[in-house]
Design a protein around this ligand. Structure first.
Ligand SMILES: *Cc1c(COP(=O)(O)O)cnc(C)c1O
Length: 793
């Protein structure tokens, strides 16, 4: 496509789709027109992919996820279609900077963090690999809340991404399913029949997801809830308008908002309804498709794979059994075996508070037949393992992890360490019963968005050296290694980083009126706020460093800017305290005339995918400092390494594998290992001991406890100091001293820019394994037994 053709298509949509005259069009109109013009280019490959999937009778992969943190889609689509330069020229002619048009798009935050972003990376990789696949989720009307700060405290505001028309989706009024809740189970001729009392309609909205080079496109199908009946006409006619519209309001509530809790599920009825709503609709949809092609249900495991992203869709097990048995007449045991052949489950966390459980009372009220089926699943499992068994239903609760494990033919962890710990802890007993069921699939990120799109300067350099094959085969980045010492390579690498940093400095100045020095080290921790992620360890180190610089202002300090970003769940009080502390520390440090040229702290509000794309290419140092054993994998860590930011981190999650790939000498390791953490915790007074042994830590904690960062409100942050000095479950104090040591090593290396850039470039060259294409190939081979529908090249 030429830029003239693209421009014509944009002008066509501006006029005929948006009803706007170019003279009066605002940025929004141009962005919509460009999106529709680009969407036109996706439609044919999308139809072709659908046709090829049917024609080849390929096995289909269905990725069920409560969250898809997709962010903006326009630039990604343009990049994958190879239209970036074309779009640039088209807008040069129109006379509007393309960046302004691209940044007009709202960031679709239909997820909380890593889990939702993983789903988005996977669905893009499946398209790039040409695998017939579909993502199934919920079309939340309101995604993750917007975060701002008032006097340093987090303020939440509702997110409203659908305020403007969503340019990418196709509404499917004909693709609807009736989803029932409640009611009774009756027996007829030896069959159980569930007769739900309430119900609502799940309606599909499709977003095409185009893969690299536009060779294949899959669908992200999100369900929206609507009532079976718009309003009660009798009530309306009798004048009670509010009551008349009650059923509508109630039904729409199901897809109204995303639960903002990352890792801690709330046992709320609405949440269980959301889970069943999207899972049931997705299964019905997949079975309808299967029925158009095949007439033998025993073929199901050969033709269909359902991947459960965490336990949120784990009700798929009993629901699929119910459909096969109650509706399609399969014998219960065959139904269980067939369902298991299709289902697999990804575990995302070992935190005990994060494992979903539903009371049998609640589940029985909403899904009476499913509770019966879960009992039968347990009974069948007990028959299969008569010596000793593990059940999903226990003590009046349904344990969704156990249910997903028992109903999955494979269960995977998301990093090597996490998978090992799964076998030793949460699923120890089940692993002993089914030693072949647990497999590892280390997470990955898509190089199209996280390198090519987000970091055009680095990508340009890589492509100059290697050609563009690396984009679809990221391990080719290894080919950079022999060039690192070529004349000029490191200079160009450093220049790209420096220019990215300058862009960030300009943006921070413009949006937050803060002055940052692009020559300072940009030390970045961006992720959800959680005690296990230990943002408080990072800020304690900043406080200690500030105190040390004040003691010795003429010392040889390496200038640093500590950048934070991340949202706290609205109900997670302690995480909000940490945000408040970081903001208060920032205010004091940034205003200090003596130290601020060496150390600044910035907390950027409203961290999201778009901000990650801006920050990561401009980062020097990646903070991955979770308590060992607590971060299942992390994917932020991979984005940083790929973009040439070495990690300071613990041996946790995928950090372990990153360190193996980039080399121990290119990774700043500190802290206890997972077994050491467990052992240390047995010492009742581990925090007190650590504080007594490290005067820097003691002094920093005193500052937190006192009024140094809480002028006029002394003791405002004492809760944090008290928590850390007493039980300190996440062993912040015990890791502090080694963290400090590692940070001084970082300072020393950064002061030698040649050495630093060498290390940074090796991080890029050796991180190609962390592509989500590699993850998807692993799932295809080890779990789904499926493959690409594209001809081999
Ligand atoms: C990658 C990403 C995450 C996950 O980050 P972790 O550091 O792995 O927790 C969370 N949120 C956004 C917006 C991301 O892009």
């Amino acid at each position: 496509m030429t830029s003239v053709e693209l421009r014509d298509s944009i002008l066509h949509h501006l006029k005929y789709s948006l009803g706007k005259d170019a003279e009066h069009a605002v940025t929004y109109d141009w962005r919509m027109a460009l999106s529709l013009a680009v969407r036109d280019r996706i439609t044919d490959p999308w139809f072709d992919a659908t046709r090829a999937s049917y024609a080849g009778q390929h096995k289909r992969v269905y990725y069920l996820s409560m969250e898809f943190l997709i962010g903006r889609l326009l630039q990604d689509a343009i990049v994958n279609l190879g239209l970036l330069e074309t779009a640039q020229s088209a807008f040069d002619e129109i006379g509007l900077p393309l960046v302004d048009v691209l940044s007009n798009e709202p960031d679709a935050a239909l997820g909380n963090g890593g889990l939702g972003r993983l789903a988005a990376c996977f669905i893009e990789s499946l398209s790039s690999l040409g695998v017939p696949a579909m993502g199934y989720g919920i079309r939340y009307e309101h995604g993750l809340f917007k975060q701002s700060f008032q006097d340093g405290k987090q303020i939440e505001a509702p997110e409203d991404w659908l305020q403007q028309t969503h340019a990418w989706e196709f509404e499917r009024p004909e693709s609807t399913y009736h989803i029932g809740f409640g009611g009774t189970v009756t027996e007829k001729n030896g069959r159980s029949i569930w007769e739900p009392e309430d119900g609502l309609i799940a309606q599909a909205f499709d977003t095409p997801v185009i893969g690299w080079k536009g060779n294949w496109a899959n669908t992200l199908r999100l369900w929206s809830a609507r009532p079976t009946q718009i309003f009660d006409l009798d009530q309306f006619n009798s004048g009670d308008y509010i009551a008349a519209s009650a059923p509508e309001t109630l039904a729409r509530t199901i897809s109204r908002v995303l639960y903002p809790d990352d890792t801690t599920p709330q046992g709320k009825e609405l949440r269980l309804k959301q889970e069943f709503f999207f899972t049931a609709a997705s299964l019905r949809d997949a079975l309808r498709r299967f029925d158009t092609e095949y007439d033998d249900l025993r073929m199901l495991p050969k033709k269909v794979a359902f991947q459960l992203n965490d336990t949120h869709p784990a009700i798929a097990g009993p629901e699929l059994v119910r459909i096969l048995c109650d509706e399609r007449g399969m014998k219960m045991e065959d139904a269980i075996t067939t369902a298991r052949g299709c289902l697999a489950y990804t575990n995302h966390t070992l935190l005990p508070e994060a494992l979903e459980r539903w009371s049998v009372d609640l589940m029985g009220r909403l899904l009476p037949r499913h509770v019966q089926i879960i009992e039968q699943i347990d009974a069948a499992h007990a028959k299969e393992k008569p010596k000793r068994t593990v059940t999903a239903l226990e003590n009046g609760e349904v344990k969704m992890g156990e249910l997903a494990f028992i109903m999955g033919h494979k269960v995977n962890g998301v990093s090597a360490l996490h998978t090992d710990l799964m076998k030793q802890t949460v699923f120890k007993d089940l692993h002993e019963l089914h030693p072949d069921r647990i497999v590892n699939q280390t997470n990955g990120v898509t190089p199209r968005r996280w390198v090519l799109g987000a970091n055009p300067r680095l990508s340009g350099l890589i492509t100059d050296v290697l050609g563009d094959g690396w984009v679809a085969d990221l391990e080719q980045l290894k080919g950079l290694e022999p060039h690192i010492d070529d004349a000029g390579f490191l200079d160009r690498f450093a220049a790209a980083k420096r220019a990215n940093k300058t862009d960030l400095v300009d943006w921070v100045k413009e949006t937050h009126d803060l002055d940052l020095d692009p020559d300072a080290m940009f030390d970045v921790q961006i992720k959800r706020m959680h005690e296990y992620k230990r943002q408080h360890l990072n800020i304690l180190e900043a406080i200690a460093l500030w105190q040390e610089i004040r003691d010795n202002p003429t010392g040889n300090w390496t200038p640093r800017v500590k950048i934070f970003g991340g949202k706290a769940a609205p109900g997670y009080v302690f995480a909000k305290e940490i945000i408040h502390l970081i903001n208060d520390v920032a205010a004091v440090l940034n205003a200090d005339p003596v130290t601020s040229k060496y150390l600044k702290v910035v907390f950027l509000p409203n961290y999201n995918v778009t901000m990650a794309e801006r920050l990561i290419p401009a980062s020097d140092l990646s903070e991955q400092i979770s308590t060992a054993g607590k971060e299942a994998s992390g994917t932020g860590n991979m984005k940083f390494a790929l973009n040439g930011a070495p990690t300071i981190g613990t041996l946790d999650g995928a950090n372990v594998e990153i360190r193996e790939h980039v080399g121990a000498e290119n990774f700043f390791l500190f802290g206890m290992t997972a077994p050491e953490v467990d052992e240390r915790r047995l010492l009742g007074d581990h925090a007190a001991q650590a504080i007594a042994a490290d005067p820097r830590l003691a002094r920093a904690l005193d500052a937190v406890r006192g009024d140094v960062f809480s002028t006029g409100d002394a003791g405002r942050h004492a809760v944090i100091a008290d928590n850390l000095s007493t039980h300190d479950y996440f062993v912040v104090c015990s890791d502090f001293t080694d963290y400090w040591r590692a940070q001084r090593e970082v300072d020393a290396v950064y002061a030698d820019q040649n050495k630093w850039m060498h290390m940074a470039a090796l991080n890029t060259a050796r991180s190609g394994w962390f592509s989500s294409d590699r993850s998807m190939r692993g799932y295809l081979a080890d779990i789904w037994n499926a493959g690409s529908a594209l001809p081999e090249k």
